[in-house]
Design a protein. Sequence first.
Length: 217
Amino acid sequence: MEGLEQIKARIEAAVPGANIEIVQNANPSQQCSLKIDNEHARDVAKFLRDDPVLRLDFCSNVTGVDWLDRTLKKTVKVKKTVDGEEKEVDETAEEKIPGFLEAVYHLYSMTYKHGSVIIRTRTADRAENACLPSLTPIWRSAEFQEREIFDLYGVRFDGHPDLRRILMWDEFEDYPMRKDYREPDDYEYEPTPHDDVLEKAKGHYASRPQEEKLRPS
């Protein structure tokens, strides 16, 4: 199978205006993926599926990823006057990177028995209505997995045929796989604070008399 550089070049030739970036995973596998801009994501996906050389006709897995706001520290060289002489010195600079959500697709070819090629799409931010294009119209196997990402991360997939919760109940609020998610004391509609549930609930009450009200009789 072709390398990612070759695949990237052929996508850009086949889908005018597509913005493709090779992203290297920071984990020990160092596995690279293709980040695809949202505007052209479906056209790129269709190319990967139908291209006679690649035939990436099977999406085996779709995963959500939550990236919080973060600050990266890096060393930069700056010119400064030291003892009357201009010198180049090292300084630590900070770069603030806003958070975002991703959907990561693992693609294989059942026709040619090769893969995987990993592609990812990225939201602009972590807002509640963060949106990405659905790739279910290209790979039907993505349907339930995009629903999981919607359910657990809050990503809304534009063009999905049946976007609704798949693991949590309809009345459930928030998205439990987000890194800043806070688990409630009790999942019941009328909490009955016993044992560890009581201990968690105590943290929300400042005074002893209020805590005593929670203690089961």
